[in-house]
Write a protein that binds this ligand. Structure first.
Ligand code: FMN
Length: 211
């Protein structure tokens, strides 16, 4: 049996946590970004595939590379955020399975021969891992601003070498064109003065059923 988290902790992670679009002038350290990853990596994924790959964009130069792909309404909030996580997925995630699923040696070949399964597994599980990232960040006292309003193909071409020859790709982390963006998540310490009233959620009876 696990302990139930305190009401304060549940407020911080869920009930009081908001989506932020304006940021206090307080940096997010590399150490904090490492702490986020070292928590989120423990969240479950199917067959322990762990397909998410994350680029934490912090520098002005990196933000300028992001900018052309952003929907106009997402530019200001992203350019001013201390960090923006590109939550992406690796279509070759199965090559890590000998390490990640050593007890199940046949899993690699199952995925390697089935691109549709690769795509659906990578998208589903990287989305889950993105949610774990949000929860980890909130647990560490940060605020988040997730976004899907951007041009995935444009961003993938810029950051992941998708669809182009790989000039200068030795400087990139995932240059070979097999990583795709899922969503973006601004990270920092949100400015509570800039929040609009919170929208409601569905009640249990509207969203759930007990059978
Ligand atoms: C996957 C995803 C994509 C989103 N895309 C955008 C976006 O492109 N721009 C934006 O301003 N907000 C975006 N949002 C923010 C949502 O509108 C926001 O999280 C939701 O309304 C809940 O707000 P709250 O956390 O303040 O209650 C996105 C959220 C998620 C989870």
């Amino acid at each position: 049996m696990q302990d139930i988290l305190s009401d304060e902790a549940l407020d911080q992670i869920f009930r009081q946590a908001r989506t932020y679009r304006a940021w206090l002038d307080k940096p997010v350290t590399d150490e904090t970004l490492r702490q986020i990853y070292d928590l989120m990596k423990w969240g479950p994924t199917s067959a322990n595939t762990c397909p998410a790959r994350i680029v934490f964009v912090r520098s002005r130069e990196g933000k300028e590379r992001l900018k052309p792909a952003l929907a106009p309404g997402n530019v200001e909030k992203t350019m001013t955020a201390p960090a923006t996580a590109i939550v992406a997925y690796d279509l070759l995630f199965y090559e890590k399975l000998p390490k990640l699923s050593p007890h199940n040696p046949k899993m690699r070949d199952l995925y390697a021969g089935n691109p549709q399964l690769v795509e659906s597994t990578a998208k589903r599980n990287s989305s889950l891992q993105g949610a774990y990232l949000i929860i980890a960040a909130r647990a560490l006292g940060l605020d988040c601003g997730p976004m899907s309003g951007f041009d995935n193909a444009k961003l993938d071409e810029e950051f992941f070498g998708a669809g182009k020859e790989c000039a200068g790709c030795d400087q990139e982390f995932f240059p070979e064109g097999h990583v795709r963006s899922n969503f973006l998540c601004n990270l920092g310490y949100g400015d509570p003065g800039k929040l609009h009233p919170r929208a409601p959620r569905l009640e249990f009876e509207e969203a759930c059923d007990l059978r």
